[in-house]
Design a protein around this ligand. Structure first.
Ligand code: UD1
Ligand code: UDP
Length: 381
């Protein structure tokens, strides 16, 4: 039996884990035993627990309960607690997702214990190292043995950093293997879309109407912790919602909720609170989220995952950042990088609302998770 130790911690990783766990259950249950370690980076019910039952993710075997903290404290604490779990479990490989502090801590701890690291969502780059995630991604990729990239751009980024697409086995940290394999989140969105249609009541619960609302998420530290940026974004949301007389639903990340009053001027904060068109709600489940994504008219976000999902559900997307790892969306013309800039956000709205968009397949065939499991088994076993 191949023992795979999966590390999750932040919301998007919990959701991504559903895809691989489902593939293991469906096709590899006699070959792969998965041990799940939750670092506890996200811990609110709506940022973590809500996803397990809904997405049929096996409960974690370990919860390190590290919680929030500065980058150094959070990363170090995960590493400190994870080491003894890895010593005890002695897995054949450690699987990490994406680019959070949990990803970095997991990859560094495993690599230093000579356990092969499998990185899902390898090669993504924003080329902006002031973004904590960019540092996490680069470091994680460079200690990984199997690097699964969801896009061709990701593979090209890795090749530019000295990786090769043509390495031969045996693979190890000094001779890693790079794959272009599609996106496990595309697998998930396809799989759960039907369920979202039949089960979600988020539209009626939020008092909104299909095809008559926009969806917005904001959580990047460069936006939440910078009063000017946060204000530009909220001013633009008010302007667009009022001009269009359309609701904007904002399932607010706890990070943003905590700083909203402090980082907006009292006038703007009051305007946001009094607006009947802006609907700030708590974070929603994944089924509710993809229901919102598939029924809205446009998505406005600084989230990596939500940008991609805008493409899966064929919606125009305004990116509230100055760069993106998902450059294919911008090249396809379905997303515009506006940054936290009032005028650019309003312009992007006008441009996208008047364009005819097309969405050619970009993120694989919905079977990335099966491919990852089968490659891990054949290459690392
Ligand atoms: C983290 C990831 C980011 C990812 C995001 C997904 C890093 C460096 N960042 O950002 O890449 O896009 O998760 O959502 O790893 N908080 C709560 N309850 C929770 C979790 C967080 O209140 O359950 C609050 C705390 O005040 C905490 C703050 O949010 O200090 C930030 O949380 P943290 O996990 O450090 O970073 P995120 O902004 O969530
Ligand atoms: N998501 C969710 N509920 C929400 C907001 C987001 O289920 O209220 C999902 C979203 O559909 C996507 C993932 O969380 O799959 C993205 O996570 P997030 O935006 O927190 O992080 P990022 O992708 O930017 O790292």
């Amino acid at each position: 039996m191949f023992k795979l130790l999966t590390i999750i911690g932040a919301r998007p990783q919990i959701i991504k884990a559903a895809a691989i766990s489902r593939a293991i259950k469906k096709s590899f249950s006699d070959k792969i035993k998965e041990v799940i370690v939750h670092t506890g980076q996200h811990y609110d019910e709506k940022m973590s627990a809500i996803f397990f039952d809904e997405l049929n993710i096996p409960r974690e075997d370990y919860n390190l309960k590290t919680g929030s903290g500065s980058h150094a404290v959070q990363t170090a604490e995960i590493m400190r607690l994870l080491e003894s779990v890895l010593e005890k479990e002695k897995p054949n490989a450690v699987l990490v997702y994406g680019d959070t502090n949990s990803t970095l801590a997991g990859a560094l701890t495993a690599a230093k214990m000579h356990i092969p690291v499998v990185h899902v969502e390898a090669g993504m780059r924003s080329f902006n190292k002031s973004m904590p995630e960019e540092i996490n991604r680069i470091c994680c990729d460079h200690v990984s043995t199997l690097l699964f990239s969801p896009t061709k751009t990701g593979v090209n980024n890795l090749c530019r950093e000295g990786f090769s697409e043509h390495t031969l086995p045996p693979f190890n940290i000094n001779n890693p293997k790079v794959y272009f394999c599609g996106d496990v989140m595309y697998d998930n969105s396809l799989y759960f879309a039907a369920q979202a249609k039949s089960q979600s009541s988020i539209l009626s619960k939020s008092g909104i109407v299909k095809n008559d609302f926009m969806l917005c998420t904001i959580h990047r530290d460069s936006n939440t912790d910078n009063p000017k940026n946060l204000s530009e974004i909220f001013r633009a949301l008010i302007k667009i919602s009022e001009t269009q007389q359309q609701n904007i639903v904002i399932p607010l990340h706890p990070r943003t909720a905590k700083v909203l009053e402090q980082n907006l001027s009292p006038e703007l904060f009051q305007q946001v609170n009094n607006s009947t068109l802006l609907k700030i709600i708590e974070p929603v489940s994944f089924i509710d989220m993809i229901s919102l994504e598939s029924e809205c008219t446009m998505i406005i976000t600084d989230s990596g995952g939500v940008q991609k999902e805008s493409y899966f559900f064929q919606k125009p997307c305004i990116i509230l950042r100055n760069e993106t790892e998902w450059i294919e969306l911008v090249e396809a013309g379905t997303a515009i990088i506006a940054g936290p800039d009032y005028a650019k956000i309003v312009d992007a709205y006008n441009q996208l609302a008047s364009s005819k968009l097309s969405f050619a397949p970009l993120f694989g065939d919905g079977k990335a998770s099966e491919f990852i499991c089968s490659e891990m088994l054949s290459v690392l076993n």
